[in-house]
Design a protein around this ligand. Structure first.
Ligand code: ARG
Length: 269
């Protein structure tokens, strides 16, 4: 019998895809010529928010801004730990203005925001395990930003190198199940980073390329429920075998911009 997993209520920050579009290509998933159904994207996104609330989580939202089509990907806008906000500096010029919009939200909510000097894409590349900050690099967030994050947060920041452009953010290749447990797709990482992950998380749940391509690693776990893309069936079954409860939420329309459930969700730790 797998262990009984206990959920912990979370506080999430999201942004409605009211102005969602694929107008530029800054990752291999994006094809600006192909049609996008904004109404469907909004409906799918509302399903995610409803699922969070139905499971006891608090959801706050930032007002979307016309002309910032990727603003729905709230994870990228900051990394918050112990109430300290490490802001973002986006790699792509098209996304840079998002940082200020989210900064305003945090300031209004009473937080100070640290502005990194180097490219940092929030929870897209910075992931809190309960003990360490795992930090992706290779496509977006820089090593220099990892150093800044460690200095600002005072928690150990462990750099991991991403090598596959389809998995350009750490949160497309890894998510946290609980303290000391993660789920990841090993081939998204350099050999040395795979070694680090094996040492830190010998009991990790490993995913296949199919799971990763279905955005299965772009999931959110509250300790018990795993909000996961429905096409990542094999991974969902494996997680169920470990005592987690998969909650499928389909964000297929948002996948067209290279994002899924986790990308749409920033956790305010
Ligand atoms: N189009 C966005 C970009 O390439 C998608 C961001 C997805 N976010 C994430 N946390 N992986 O920047």
């Amino acid at each position: 019998m797998p262990e009984r997993r206990v959920p912990r209520p979370r506080r999430f920050l999201v942004c409605e895809p009211r102005h969602f579009a694929v107008q530029y290509a800054i990752n291999p998933w994006m094809h600006p010529g192909r049609p996008v159904d904004v109404d469907l994207a909004r409906e799918q996104w509302r399903t995610l928010v409803r699922a969070y609330r139905a499971h006891g989580h608090t959801v706050d939202s930032v007002e979307p801004v016309p002309g910032l089509p990727d603003m729905v990907f709230a994870a990228n806008a900051a990394f918050v730990l112990g109430g300290r906000v490490f802001g973002s500096r986006f790699h792509a010029p098209q996304r840079r203005p998002e940082a200020e919009r989210y900064e305003t939200w945090f300031k209004t909510a009473g937080y100070d925001v640290y502005r990194p000097r180097s490219v940092t894409e929030g929870e897209g590349d910075l992931v809190w395990t309960g003990r360490y900050v795992l930090a992706g690099t290779g496509f977006r967030t820089t090593r220099e930003a990892h150093r800044e994050a460690q200095e600002f947060l005072g928690h150990p920041v462990i750099g991991l190198t991403l090598v596959d452009p389809r998995f350009y953010h750490l949160d497309t290749a890894l998510f946290v199940l609980g303290d000391d447990t993660v789920c990841y797709y090993p081939e998204a990482f350099s050999p040395g980073s795979r070694g680090v992950l094996r040492r830190l998380f010998p009991d990790a749940v490993l995913a296949t390329r199919e799971d990763a391509l279905a955005f299965g690693l772009n999931s959110v776990c509250d300790g018990r429920h795993v909000f996961i893309a429905p096409r990542a069936e094999a991974l969902a079954a494996r997680l169920a075998g470990h005592g987690y409860v998969p909650v499928p939420v389909d964000l297929s329309e948002l996948h067209k911009a290279g994002g899924g459930i986790k990308c749409c969700t920033q956790e305010i730790h």
